[in-house]
Design a protein around this ligand. Structure first.
Ligand code: SER
Length: 315
């Protein structure tokens, strides 16, 4: 029986991943670990919740010991725009936090899922059809921590046999919990504003193409990779995974097909623009497809239809 800890369980991905894992493995077998933000009633009432600050190794070890955890989904992280504003914090959470989790996993024999990101690439990476193995010289603190994290996870597998696995997530679009300070957040906000005001002011410029994915596919990627046959995993950590690639004009057009009055203008954030320019336009995710059968269910049109339906009810 799996006993799972999710760190960052109150965050954008963690809040939905925890619920998906509870549905799959049983409510009592999935511990939600959060830090400051108050968890939703749904998260609190459906299974165990613990305060876990991943920068405190004793706190991580205590929860793993208490619940006899064998699998950690380590979602606690600082996103790209916040990391540029607070680089020391980003290093501490994204690197020291991950290192603590890996150390605890080594001691208590846990498998570890860690997301990397399109942010692990940089301006010298081929940005179209970005290969699985390629140049990674990111120029953001977020990217520095993500590449280091990929290497650290590889190291813990090779050196200590810790069952580490991970994907490079693109921008994730969801309707449950808002993302906290990423470069790709516009692709979430645009749907909220389309419903609320039929108008959106975009902080990335037209032509800023980035890989994106709808949350159900992001959850599927994490769970499928952790359930994959380890014999078949050649790359193990940091698989490129993507579902779609678009720029602000294309997502706006997709919304306009459902809400014809929707209008968008621009007020470009120079920090986010500079970050986006160094990230892939579209990744090659064939290694994930070959090694563990990755295949997304949602394209842009299917995602837009679902986002607008869910958010119309919610807002
Ligand atoms: N969505 C993330 C960010 O923008 C990318 O991994 O920071």
């Amino acid at each position: 029986m799996k006993k799972i800890l999710v760190t960052g369980a109150v965050g954008q991905i963690g809040s939905e991943l925890t619920m998906a894992l509870r549905e799959r493995y049983g409510n009592e077998n999935v511990v939600a670990g959060g830090r400051k933000t108050r968890p939703s009633e749904k998260l609190l009432n459906s299974g165990p919740f613990e305060i876990v600050d991943c920068t405190d190794i004793d706190a991580v070890a205590a929860v793993v010991k208490k619940y006899k955890i064998d699998t950690i989904y380590h979602l606690a992280a600082i996103l790209s725009a916040v990391a540029e504003a607070h680089p020391v914090l980003a290093w501490n959470v994204n690197i020291n936090g991950l290192h603590n989790v890996l150390e605890v996993a080594r001691e208590y024999d846990c498998a570890v899922f860690t997301p990397s990101s399109i942010g692990a690439f940089g301006p010298t990476t081929p940005l179209d059809n970005t290969p699985q193995v390629t140049i990674q010289r990111p120029t953001t603190m977020y990217g520095v921590t993500k590449v280091s994290g990929e290497l650290l996870c590889d190291y813990y597998f090779k050196r200590f046999g810790v069952d580490t696995r991970g994907v490079r997530y693109p921008g994730i679009i969801s309707n449950e919990t808002l993302p906290g300070g990423g470069t790709t957040d516009y692709a979430v906000e645009i749907y909220y504003e389309a419903i609320r005001h039929k108008k959106y002011t975009c902080n990335l410029p037209a032509g800023a193409f980035l890989d994106m994915m709808y949350m159900p596919d992001a959850l599927k990627a994490a769970i499928d990779l952790m359930e994959a046959d380890p014999e078949k995993l050649i790359h193990r950590n940091a698989f490129n995974v993507t579902a779609m690639s678009f720029d602000p004009e294309i997502i706006a057009a997709s919304i306009r097909r459902q809400i014809p009055e929707f209008v968008m203008d621009y007020e470009v954030d120079p920090v986010k623009k500079a970050i986006a320019e160094t990230w892939p336009n579209s990744m090659d995710d064939s290694a994930a497809r070959e090694e563990w059968g990755w295949k997304p269910d949602y394209d842009l049109e299917a995602m837009t239809a679902d986002m607008l339906t869910v958010l119309s009810k919610k807002l």
